[in-house]
Design a protein around this ligand. Structure first.
Ligand SMILES: Cc1cc2nc3c(=O)[nH]c(=O)nc-3n(C[C@H](O)[C@H](O)[C@H](O)COP(=O)(O)OP(=O)(O)OC[C@H]3O[C@@H](n4cnc5c(N)ncnc54)[C@H](O)[C@@H]3O)c2cc1C
Length: 586
């Protein structure tokens, strides 16, 4: 057997389930995976131990729970210790409703990640859908397979890390090879690069490979050639700034309802949600869905429906061009439109400790970057924050790290984190929670984080009371809205979030449009809308962001009907010359 082939392991003492699962999995997946079936859990554990010893990749582990087998959940819990990256599924029998509460509780505590109903007939596509989703998530997390882009750089370099993160979140298959590794050296030699400026990026999917040394976002966007700025005379019904869940939802609905739509995205599709390894509370995805998947599918949906996208380019300013708006883009172009939807979400709050800021990308990370988690294998990792994002990051990191310590400034987690996450954290054996604790400093070796210094929160001085070993520190302490590119005339609340609706003063804010009561998601500037996390009072969930994105489209129709384009010249649409050309930027 080829040792590079990933393994699927089934273990159950129920002979009927074992036979059905083994048959189904071998028939569908036997060509690509080695399917192993074990009749006893002790045997299953021994096989898993052996596979770990031989460094074999294990993609999926299945155990059963039902009247003929009560040990599968415990097996799956212990299997985590052997192969933390493997997807673990508990197989139940249709109609065994009595077992459901135990299974759901075990999933909430992290014993298994998904529940699958045993197939009772041939070609049970519901069963296979669950299996292929799990395998797809496993592959995405491993980053194995086809390399559309080869990236060569220093481990721990901030720019290299940002590129890996942004490419993988944009679903561009990227292979990272640390400089000095055999593949990196071989590639550089074959390209004739003796002393390149790192990171080096090789686009391998183009007719002849394109090589970029330390490229800017713009250079990458242009080399990829996926999206180009629209022609100067194009006028969009709506420009959406930000391709997080809210912006993508607007794109899907606006395009499907016939509005010409342009989405501008500065980093990667999916926004914050794209960094989440498992969103468990998005309706319709009973097994949970990875943020990257959800985002990519929404992007494809919007694209198919006709949305134009500008990637790796930021909106830098908003101007008024007569009856139109002009959004200035970081590549120097200007996109003109009749309405703007601001869906720019939020940025992570920084700790503001200079020692830590110097180590960003070399052990210190803002946000729960999914791509970084496997590199924490065997290390002690710290996470700072008391919210749901911090809780989810801890659970994801705990799959790889030796131990994860959550540092919380407040006295408890209950005020800031969902109960289900708190119970999962408490049930995870390699997680520790330290409340009433703040970080006051850091230690490093050769520019890499080795430990954080902590003190009791509220202590009179910042003298460290303890030093905690830390191979990685993930900071998730809240967020600030991304609105700096908007004119000051667009009203904010004291925290900087965009106010919408009729609850505030109404003014034309320089837009030249008539005063009227703003629509529910309209800002103080008529024709400019705000949705998702950037909106004052938003709920900060994927589903509510998507809800805002869908809702705003009916308001766009209202606004567009109020402000029709100038009548077209006989025999054609309005030409740029017929439209006002004196753009006023903020
Ligand atoms: C790790 C993590 C886990 C989470 N888990 C869950 C969960 O399980 N369930 C849940 O309901 N919620 C979860 N959330 C919250 C949820 O992801 C957010 O509420 C949601 O993503 C907000 O969507 P949004 O579109 O408003 O903004 P964002 O997701 O923040 O997207 C904004 C986008 O705008 C882009 N942008 C910003 N400024 C500009 C500019 N000037 N030009 C161009 N583009 C720009 C950004 O690059 C970004 O892609 C999680 C958040 C995080 C960080």
């Amino acid at each position: 057997m080829d040792h590079s082939v990933p393994v699927m392991l089934i273990a159950t003492t129920d002979p009927a389930s074992r036979r059905i699962l083994e048959d189904e999995l071998r028939r569908r997946y036997g060509a690509d995976y080695e399917v192993v079936a074990c009749a006893h859990y002790a045997h299953g554990r021994a096989v898993l131990e052996g596979l770990r010893h031989w460094n074999r990749a294990v993609a999926l582990i299945l155990g059963c729970y039902g009247p003929a087998d009560r040990s599968g959940l415990d097996f799956l819990r212990r299997a985590y210790g052997f192969h933390p990256a493997a997807k673990r599924g508990v197989v139940v029998i249709w109609g065994d409703f009595a077992s459901a509460p135990t299974v759901f509780r075990a999933i909430a505590q992290g014993y298994a990640e998904l529940m699958i109903i045993r197939p009772e007939r041939a070609r049970d596509e519901e069963f296979h859908g669950a299996i292929t989703d799990a395998l797809d998530d496993w592959h995405l997390a491993q980053g194995v397979g086809f390399e559309a882009v080869r990236l060569i750089g220093e481990v721990g370099d901030e720019r290299t890390h940002a590129l890996r993160d942004s490419l993988s979140r944009n679903h561009i298959p990227v292979g990272f090879h640390p400089v000095g590794s055999e593949t990196a050296e071989r590639t550089l030699e074959s390209l004739g690069l003796r002393d390149p400026v790192l990171p080096v990026m090789v686009l391998q999917f183009t007719a002849s490979p394109i090589v970029l040394e330390n490229p800017s976002d713009l250079e990458i966007a242009e080399a990829m050639g996926v999206t180009r700025p629209p022609s100067a005379d194009k006028i969009f019904d709506v420009v959406v700034v930000g391709a997080g869940p809210s912006g993508l939802a607007t794109a899907v609905y606006a395009s499907s309802e016939g509005l010409s739509t342009m989405v501008v995205e500065g980093e990667a599709v999916g926004g914050q949600a794209g960094t989440s390894s498992l969103i468990r509370n998005y309706p319709g995805f009973s097994r949970g869905v990875s943020g990257a998947h959800l985002a990519y599918r929404s992007f494809q949906q919007a694209w198919t429906l006709g949305t134009d996208f500008l990637f790796m380019r930021k909106a830098m300013g908003l101007g008024v061009d007569g009856a139109l708006f002009a959004v200035s883009i970081s590549d120097g172009s200007v996109v003109r439109c009749r309405t703007v939807v601001v869906a720019t979400g939020v940025d992570y709050r920084r700790l503001g400790i200079p020692q830590l800021e110097d180590l960003v990308g070399r052990g210190v990370f803002y946000g729960a970057t999914v791509s970084e988690a496997p590199s924490m294998a065997g290390r002690h990792v710290c996470v700072v924050g008391g919210g749901n994002s911090a809780g989810q990051a801890v659970l994801h990191l705990a799959k790889y790290a030796k131990k994860v310590t959550l540092l919380v400034r407040g006295p408890t987690l209950s005020a800031s984190m969902s109960d289900y996450l708190i119970s999962q954290l408490e049930a995870t054996r390699n997680v520790a929670i330290s409340c009433s604790t703040v970080i006051v400093g850091a230690r490093d070796r050769d520019g890499f984080l080795t430990a954080v210094e902590v003190a009791a929160s509220g202590a009179a001085d910042a003298t460290p009371s303890e030093e905690i070993e830390a191979g990685g520190l993930f900071v998730l302490i809240g967020s600030v809205p991304r609105t700096s590119w908007l004119p000051d005339t667009v009203e904010r609340d004291p925290a900087g979030f965009l106010r919408t609706g009729a609850s505030r003063d109404v003014s034309d804010a320089g837009s030249g449009r008539p005063n009227r009561v703003p629509l529910a998601l309209e800002t103080s500037m008529p024709g400019i809308f705000a949705i998702g996390d950037v909106r004052a009072g938003s709920i900060k969930r994927v589903a509510t962001a998507v809800g805002d994105g869908a809702t705003v489209v009916s308001m766009l129709h209202t606004c567009l009907a109020e402000n029709p384009l100038p009548a077209p010249a006989p025999g054609g649409a309005a030409t740029p010359e017929e439209l006002p050309g004196d753009i006023r930027f903020n």
